[in-house]
Structures are given as structure tokens and as C-alpha cells.
Design a protein around this ligand. Structure first.
Ligand SMILES: [Zn+2]
Length: 505
């Protein structure tokens, strides 16, 4: 084997180990009994340390230098080496003890968070959050402040390479204003779609069958993937040929589970489309960024899944699978319920118009906590105050306030902005898909999802990390990322549903 082949082999082996780590994480979120928490945190710490050692070994560094000394002509190989260097330099900045400590404390903090959220007990979670925040700060300091950025950017970079919080804020601020205006207009309208379909009892086993039918019809390969139940839905691309989706079932809100399933399916379609088998562990076999990942989940969940054409196709399946009570609802009623706007407290249940306001709140607060401008003890009050400014309602308890998300317990600081970036990418992709495939709406109404999926497969999934998120956006849509496609899309769909004219800004 030449140096490049040896380098790829080391990456493949590290990725095999990382897939075991991923499986342990998946198990903790799905089937592990609560009593396994302590042992699992030890397992997680040990695995994190092993994976980190493999990825930062001297041998890997030496092979990388050997490859760089004689860079291959092949553009893919050269790009692989360039990204391997980027990853190696980043990872070697983290001491091994910090990596295992983050995994150990994160695993325990996650259990503490579950208990604190159930009991609405912020004080029970506070010491864990303080620990995770200080470990995260140490991690950011190890990475170092990127050029022209702030400490937060060192963490953001892990999820969205090269993104800067100042740029994110410059996009978020005007967007928050436009979204708040739109939400107020919609909620002031005398015409409001009914939420009756989501107040109708539907057996969870029927909901599961419905989800499985949607997955199969929309292109998710159930031979290389599966759907399980969890409290906080997620997708884990465990290994080549093994993509796990999770959802949760409420017996009086079938759309909650359905849209969680479609969201995670979008992530899963990306994972299944990556060239993982041929390029296991190589950057070119991996996803670009969380923003691009999220663009795929949002696209299928919202842009496709909440369209009138989608419901034209899906309503008969809902009628036949979900049972008698759902049969009374027409396509238009189901479409309306799927697009109801509400000032609600929980991000993962939020509608498309208010969702990004929830994200902006978290972005502001975690940035302030990392800077030390906001103490953890003051988090609940700061959360509630800002929530009221952004969404116009008073948060009743911490369970539906600052304790609702799992992210901070894992130490995922800098992760939230990728949700909104992903939504913006999705809107721009959706707009382009309509100019590329003028009959895409009719295709969706007929349940033909392959043309859209094929376009995403070719341009995004099979490319791995070949292009940066910004390059990919320009290659796919012909221009850099902007907020207009999202606002246009929301106004065009929601204003008529609420009995308002199309166009008013
Ligand atoms: Zn997602």
C-alpha cells in the first residue's frame, strides 16, 4: 500500500471504532435501562478516548505529511488529503483527557437533564450545565479563536466549518424581524386553520405503520435503515448500510410523530446517499456540515411534507392507515392543520414560521453564557424574558423553557444556529428545484419523489465533503445563501391559508 492508501485505511479503522461509539449513543437514547447510565458513561468516555487516539496518532500525522510532500494529481484524492489535514490539526489541539471527560460528564449530564426536565427542576441540572459549559469553554480555548472571530466560533466551526457568529447574527437579526411581523399578521387574521386533526386520538401502532409507509414511498431504504422510539427524535448514521431513525408517538397528535419521522428521514436519506461504503472514514464519504444536513431534513419535513400537493397524495394513505377518526378530515383540513401557526413554547413542536425564533433565542443565550456575560444561575430568567420579546408569550415553567432541549447537556454549544442555516439552505434548494423541475408539484401530488431525491443525490449526497457548504449552495442554486427564498416561501404558502392576500411584505 502507498502512503495515501495507508492513510485511508487508518481513517477507515478509526471510523469502524467511531461507529461502535455511535451505536452506544443510539442505545442510550432508545433502549438502555436507566440503571445502565453509570456504566454507559464509562463506556462512552473510553470509546471517545480510543477514537481520539486513533484519529490523532503520530503514524497518521506522518502519513499525512508524506502525502502532502507529493500531492496527487487526482482532485478527489487531493481534496481528501486537504480535509484530513484540517481534521487532524483540529483534533490534535484537544488533549485526550478533555475528550474523555467531555464524553463522561456529557453522558451523566444527559441523564441528569432527563430527570430535571421531568421534575421541572432547573437547580438539579444547573451544576451539570456549569460543568459542561466550562468543559466546552476549555475545548474552545484549545481550538483557539479563528481569524476575525470570537471564542464561540471555535465551537461553531465544529458543526459549520468556517461559519462566524457575527455573520450568522447579521442574517438572523433581519430574519427575526420579518418572521415576527409575519407571525403577528397571521395570528391577527380572522381566518385560522383548525387543529382538529391533531386533537384526534390515533393509536401509536397505526401511527408507526403510517410512518413506515411514508418512509418506503419517499425513498428511505428500510433494508439499510430502521425506525425506533425515543423521547428526543434523532437520526444516527451508524455505519455503511446502517442508518437509524427515531421518533415519538403522542396518541392525540399524530402529526408530531409524522413530521419528526419525515424530518429524521431527510437526515437519513442524506446518510444513505453518502458514498460511505466506498469511502468509509474518508472526508469524501462524510457529510459537509450540520447546516447542509439540516437542509435535507427540513426540505423533506416542511417544504415537501407540508405542501398541499403532498397532502393530496398522503391523505388517502392517512385515511386508510390511521383509522376511522382521521377519515373525516379532507385534504385541505389536513394541510391546514399541518400549517397552523402558534406561539408555542417547545422548539421541536414549533411551526415553520416561529421555529427560527426559537433557534435565535438559543444562539443568543449560549453565546452569552460562553462569553461569561450570562451566568448559568440567571439562565431561566434570561430565557423567559427574551422568549417573551421574540414570541410574545410568558414561559410557564422551565420544562417548557430552558430545560426543554438535550443539546447543552451533551456540550453541543454552537450547534443551534445550524438549524436555521439549514432552513435557509432548504428554502433556496426548494426554489431552485421548482425552476429546474417545473412539474415538481404535480410529481409530489402523484407520490413521485424520485426526481427530487435524484437531484439531491447527485448534487449533494454523493459529493461527500468535496465542496464547502457555501460552494455547494452556489453550485446547486447559483447564488450565495440569503433569507429571501425562505420569507417568499412562507408568505406565499401561509398568507392565503390564513385568508390574506399573497403579496404584502
Ligand atoms: Zn435535524
Amino acid at each position: 500500500m502507498n502512503s495515501y492508501e495507508q492513510l485511508c485505511e487508518l481513517h477507515r479503522k478509526a471510523s469502524v471504532l467511531a461507529s461502535v461509539q455511535a451505536l452506544l449513543g443510539w442505545d442510550q437514547e432508545t433502549y438502555m435501562p436507566a440503571g445502565g447510565a453509570s456504566a454507559r458513561s464509562e463506556q462512552a468516555a473510553e470509546m471517545a478516548s480510543l477514537v481520539h487516539q486513533r484519529r490523532t496518532s503520530k503514524k497518521l500525522g506522518d502519513l499525512l505529511s508524506a502525502c502532502e510532500a507529493a500531492m496527487p494529481d487526482d482532485a478527489c484524492e487531493a481534496r481528501n488529503i486537504e480535509l484530513m489535514r484540517r481534521d487532524y490539526d483540529r483534533l490534535t489541539k484537544l488533549p485526550d483527557d478533555l475528550v474523555s471527560e467531555l464524553a463522561r460528564v456529557g453522558s451523566k449530564a444527559q441523564e441528569a437533564w432527563k430527570a430535571a426536565r421531568t421534575a421541572d427542576d432547573f437547580e438539579g441540572f444547573r451544576p451539570w450545565l456549569e460543568q459542561m459549559m466550562s468543559l466546552s469553554r476549555r475545548k474552545a480555548e484549545c481550538y483557539g479563536v479563528p481569524d476575525g472571530g470570537e471564542l464561540y466560533d471555535a465551537l461553531l466551526d465544529e458543526y459549520e466549518p468556517d461559519a462566524r457568529s457575527a455573520d450568522v447574527q447579521a442574517v438572523f437579526e433581519p430574519l427575526a424581524e420579518q418572521l415576527s411581523t409575519l407571525v403577528a399578521e397571521l395570528l391577527d387574521s380572522p381566518t385560522q386553520p383548525s387543529d382538529a386533526p391533531n386533537r384526534t386520538k390515533v393509536d401509536p401502532s397505526a401511527q408507526h405503520a403510517f410512518g413506515q409507509k411514508l418512509l418506503a414511498a419517499m425513498g428511505f431504504d428500510l433494508r439499510t435503515g430502521r425506525l425506533d422510539v425515543t423521547t428526543h427524535p434523532f437520526c444516527e448514521g451508524v455505519a455503511p448500510g446502517d442508518t437509524r431513525l427515531t421518533t415519538r408517538y403522542a396518541d392525540d397528535n399524530f402529526m408530531d410523530a409524522m413530521y419528526s419521522t419525515l424530518h429524521e428521514m431527510g437526515h437519513g436519506l442524506y446518510e444513505q446517499g453518502l458514498p460511505k461504503a466506498e469511502r468509509q472514514g474518508q472526508p469524501l464519504g462524510d457529510s459537509v456540515s450540520l447546516g447542509i444536513h439540516e437542509s435535507q431534513s427540513r426540505l423533506w419535513e416542511n417544504f415537501v411534507g407540508r405542501s398541499p400537493e403532498f397532502w393530496h397524495w398522503a391523505a388517502p394513505i392517512a385515511h386508510s392507515t390511521l383509522g376511522e377518526p382521521i377519515k373525516q378530515f379532507s385534504v385541505h383540513q389536513l394541510f391546514g392543520a399541518a400549517n397552523r401557526i402558534e406561539r408555542s413554547f417547545v422548539r421541536v413542536e414549533a411551526d415553520e414560521a416561529t421555529y427560527n425564533l426559537h433557534v435565535m433565542l438559543r444562539f443568543e443565550l449560549e453565546r452569552a453564557m460562553l462569553r461569561g456575560d450570562l451566568s448559568i444561575a440567571d439562565l431561566p430568567a434570561a430565557w423567559n424574558e427574551r422568549f417573551e420579546q421574540l414570541l410574545g408569550v410568558n414561559v410557564p415553567d422551565n420544562k417548557r423553557g430552558c430545560l426543554q432541549d438535550v443539546h447543552w447537556s451533551f456540550g453541543l454549544i454552537g450547534y443551534f444556529p445550524t438549524y436555521t442555516l439549514g432552513t435557509l439552505y432548504a428554502a433556496q434548494l426548494w426554489e431552485t428545484a421548482h425552476s429546474k423541475f417545473p412539474d415538481i408539484d404535480q410529481q409530489i401530488a402523484r407520490g413521485e419523489f424520485a426526481p427530487l431525491l435524484g437531484w439531491l443525490r447527485e448534487g449533494i449526497h454523493t459529493q461527500g465533503r468535496r465542496w464547502t457548504a457555501g460552494e455547494l449552495c452556489e453550485r446547486m442554486t447559483g447564488r450565495p445563501l440569503g433569507p429571501e427564498p425562505l420569507m417568499d416561501y412562507l408568505r406565499t404558502k401561509l398568507r392565503p391559508l390564513y385568508g390574506l392576500s399573497h403579496s404584502m411584505a
